[in-house]
Every structure is written in C-alpha cells, then in structure tokens.
Design a protein around this ligand. Structure first.
Ligand SMILES: Cc1cc2nc3c(=O)[nH]c(=O)nc-3n(C[C@H](O)[C@H](O)[C@H](O)COP(=O)(O)O)c2cc1C
Ligand code: SF4
Length: 505
C-alpha cells in the first residue's frame, strides 16, 4: 500500500506530520506493508491534510485527515472523496504549470520524468538560443510575478546582450498577501522550476542561476536544495546539461525578510550582499543586472511554466487564454472563503465565478463585500466588478491588477477605512526609503486616514491628492501602487469613510 501525505507547509500546519507518524505506527503495529510518500499539495487547502491511499487500484483521497482517523484510513472504512481528479474544485481546472504538483514524489527525478518531466529541456537542448527564445515568445507567456511583462521579450534582450557572463535569477520572494503558488510549486514539484531555469539558461546563454527564496519558506528551501543536488548528480545541471554540451548550474539563496526585496532590483542588491534598496531603471536588469551582467529575473511560476511550453509546444499553451493574456493563471484563493487553495485555469474566468462558484463564497456565510486581487498593492474589487474576466488588460480597465493572482476575500463586516489605513501603514513599514513620495507619503497617508476617521471634512481630498503624488512620483510600484487599495476602498465604499460622505452632502 502506498500512502501520500503532503510535506507542503499548509498541510503540515494543519497536522500532516502527525498523520504521517500515526500511519507509520499503525502500519507497524498491524504488520501492514505501507510506503509513505511525502508529496506536494493538490492545492485544496480546506481538505488538508489530504491523504491519498493507493491499494493497487489507483489513488483514493481522504481529508482533512487527523491522527485519530488513521486506523479507519488504513482498514478502508474512512469515508473519502474518491479520486482527486473527480473532486469538482480540481476537475474544473486546467493544470499545465501545476500538472505534476501533488502527483509526484517531489525529489524523485525518475518519477518526475515518468510524468512528462525533462521532455521540454531535452527538446530545448536540441535548439539554438534564438530558437528557444522564439518558442517562449510564441507561447505568449507573460511574467507571473506581478507586472505581466512578456517573458520572450525579456529573454531576447538578455540573449542579444554581448557579455561574457549572464545570469538567470528566479524571484521566489513571494511577499504578496494571500499568495502561495511559488511555495506550493517549489515544495511539490521543484524540478519543474529547475528545468525552466535550465531552459532559460540555454536560451539566453546564461551558465549560472539563483533562486532567491524568502526565509519564511524553510520547507521550500530544503526541498529546492535537495532537488538541485539530485539534478546536478543526474546531469540535468552542470557542465553538460542533459548531454547538450552546454553548461548551466544553479543554487538557492535565502532572503532576510523584506517585502521590497521582491522588487527585482532590490532583490539583485540583496543577492549581491547589499542592502535591499531599489535601483533606478535604466539600466534594466536584462542589460545590467546581477553583478552588472545581463540577467533574466523571472518569477517562479513564469519559469516553472516554461517546461510545459517546450513539452507540449508553444501553440498548445497559447491556445488557452483571453486576449493578450495567454495560457493559464494560477489563482490563489484565500481570506474569508469556504474553499481556499490553488486553482489553475485559463485566463478568462470572471472574478465572480472564481469567488462565488470555485471558492464557494465566504466561510462566514455572510455576503462578500470586497476582494483584494494582486497582493497588498492590488485594488479592492467590489461586487459590481465581479463580471471582470481574469486578464491583464481587463483588470486594468476595471481599475485593478492581477499581480501574482492572489485573491483575498472579505465579507460585509470588513471596515474599508481600516483596510485603506493598513495599506498605507504597510507601505510605510516596508518602504526602502529611497524616494520621498513613498518614504514620507505613506506616513502622511496613515495620518490623513486617521484625520478622516476623526471627522476632518477636508482630509479625503488631501488623501486623493497624496495618492496622485505617490502614483506619479514613486520610483517603484511599492509607493506607486499603494494608491490602488487606498483609492479603490475610498471610491467603492464611501460609506466606510463617513466624513467623506458627509462632506459630499
Ligand atoms: C514592492 C514589489 C514587490 C515585488 N515582489 C515580488 C515577488 O515577491 N515575487 C515576484 O516574482 N515579483 C515581485 N515583484 C515584481 C518584480 O519586480 C519583477 O517584476 C518580477 O520578478 C519579474 O518576473 P516576471 O516577469 O516573471 O513576473 C515585486 C515588485 C515590487 C514593486
Ligand atoms: S517607491 Fe518606496 S520602495 Fe520603491 S524605491 Fe521609492 S521608497 Fe523605495
């Protein structure tokens, strides 16, 4: 009997380790031959720890499982969910980037290859650098870290830059509130990121890569380090990548904990051992990045999507999506919801479908008031924007942004003034201090919102003015986008800014 118990951080936080220990003990007590595989998460966090049991006739899912459930789990009397693939939340997905996450043993390279892994890299290894970049461009892939910049164009810039050394840097800082796709992918299918980085290296002519992981992700760090060692031992990394005659190697680096270190130039400073402050652009990191050399900086999901593009072909990937948003988006559903977790779907699903149908509405049973999409710099979307399809341009037109695709749901008890204040406070705390609109503006923002709360009738206009200044004058998106949550709260929920309403009357 093979039993899959996730090693994923969310599953562990919900008791997966205790369940694994109980399974071992129960199996030993009754002399049952059980192999325990610590897999990644299948993404349905409300069912974690989700345990799968394979008695030789396929995998049956159970969850949430507690240690007390283990005797019934092993003797087959525990009520389960059937196959994971038949659970409606999972069945509705289009899994491309996450096709293997939760299915495979994360650090077993043979298991990875048996599930389609390395096919993309082997194909890329037979292509020239420009051909690889052209394939990524044809897929329509855009950066999943927040800005949605076309990945092919970034790679082409690095590929065409004349330099002795080039680098691939993976941004695994994942600081956005409510997001966990990078972590889940690294914990559950680390080879897909390694493969994507190796393809990027072959494509642009970079021989070295770094994954910059936030220190708050100890499991992801450990799994990635082990997978890198296995990949090196097996010739996926090193002087002769899968027998291509081309070199690429990489290592894991750990951040010290600052939201702004997710901003690419700040990340590069941190990676170089400097203080994590933002660098002015130009020069672009693609031309002068890590140690002044041409550098691809891409998000985990962007890079981990590259193998499937090469495995199935750019046209296959490009066939999914909406407008200029091609392929799939890995939604991370969090906050006050019935069903939270990772949901991969083609761009085009509406926000309302994701919140009401997929997530099942609020856990509290109260009406949804707002959804913050895109992390702490994302807008609060009210219910009357629920018909907005998930697409970069569509969200932009609706006054929002998709960012790293985190959805944090709030019910009607949320106080939008407090949330606007929190956005300013977050910016003040996390500001790198390099430019005045953000460093000083965020502090003034908190004070101004407090004046609104205290009943100052002129403060709302001041806040609007301040947001304009931060938007136009900040050096990076921390100061530049904080106005999104603040202004969306102010615009869509004026009743929560009572003095504003009174002033208008
Ligand atoms: C304040 C701030 C924080 C950011 N945090 C992250 C992050 O945690 N992860 C990430 O991939 N991108 C983050 N970004 C975006 C990066 O600067 C950059 O656009 C991204 O890593 C590029 O990769 P992509 O093209 O694959 O998205 C952040 C940007 C800003 C302004
Ligand atoms: S906007 Fe804020 S975080 Fe960005 S460079 Fe300016 S001070 Fe630093």
């Amino acid at each position: 009997m093979k039993v899959y118990v996730p090693l994923d951080s969310a599953a562990r936080a919900l008791g997966a380790d205790a369940v694994a220990v109980a399974i071992r003990a129960e199996a030993d007590r009754h002399g049952i031959d059980v192999t325990i595989v610590r897999n990644g998460s299948r993404g349905m966090v409300w069912l974690e720890p989700l345990v799968e049991v394979d008695r030789g006739d396929g995998r049956a899912a159970y969850g949430p499982v507690t240690a007390a459930d283990v005797p019934a789990l092993l003797d087959g009397t525990l009520k389960g969910h059937g196959r994971v693939e038949d659970i409606p939340f999972f069945a509705r997905q289009t899994r491309l980037t996450f096709q293997r996450c939760g299915l495979v043993d994360p650090t077993d390279l043979d298991d990875y290859a048996a599930h389609g892994g390395l096919a993309g890299l082997r194909r890329a290894a037979a292509m020239s650098g420009p051909e690889i970049v052209a394939e990524v461009t044809a897929s329509g892939l855009r950066g999943r870290g927040g800005a949605g910049f076309p990945t092919g164009i970034k790679w082409k810039t690095v590929q065409q830059a004349a330099a002795d050394r080039k680098y691939i840097v993976c941004n695994a800082d994942e600081g956005d509130s409510g997001t966990f796709a990078d972590r889940m992918l690294m914990e559950g299918d680390p080879f897909s990121l390694i493969e994507g980085m190796a393809i990027a290296g072959l494509g642009v002519g970079a021989t070295r890569g770094y994954v910059y992981i936030r220190s708050e992700y100890p499991v992801a760090i450990a799994v990635m380090r082990e997978a890198v060692a296995v990949a090196r031992r097996r010739g996926v990394l090193g002087p002769d990548v899968v027998g291509s005659g081309r070199a690429f190697d990489m290592e894991v680096r750990v951040g010290a904990g600052a939201y702004v270190c997710g901003e690419e130039t700040s990340l590069l400073n941190s990676l170089e051992g400097k203080r994590g402050t933002v660098r002015a652009k130009p020069p672009l990191p693609a031309l002068e990045g890590f140690l002044g050399c041409p550098t691809v900086v891409n998000n985990v999901i962007s890079l981990a999507t590259v193998p499937v593009i090469f495995e199935k072909g750019a046209a296959h990937y490009e066939a999914f999506g909406l407008g200029r948003s091609r392929g799939t988006v890995t939604l991370q559903i969090a906050g006050n919801v019935k069903r939270g977790g990772l949901f991969e779907t083609a761009f085009g699903m509406t926000l309302g479908e994701a919140v009401e149908e997929i997530a099942g509405g609020t856990a509290s049973g109260r009406p949804v008031k707002a959804v913050q999409v895109g992390g702490p710099l994302g807008a609060y979307m009210p219910r009357d924007r629920f018909d907005t399809p998930l697409g970069y341009e569509d969200f932009d037109a609706a006054g929002g942004l998709i960012g790293h695709a985190g959805l944090v749901v709030f019910d009607d008890t949320a106080d939008m003034l407090k949330l606007a204040r929190f956005a300013m406070e977050f910016c003040a705390v996390e500001s790198c201090g390099k430019c005045t609109p953000c460093r000083i503006g965020a502090v003034r923002g908190v004070e101004t919102i407090d004046r609104i709360a205290a009943g100052d009738p002129r403060a709302a206009a001041l806040l609007t003015d301040l947001c304009e200044t931060m938007k136009d004058g900040s050096l990076c998106a921390l100061g530049g986008f904080t106005p999104y949550p603040v202004m969306s709260a102010l615009t869509h929920f004026p009743a929560d800014f009572a003095t504003m309403k009174e002033a208008a009357e």
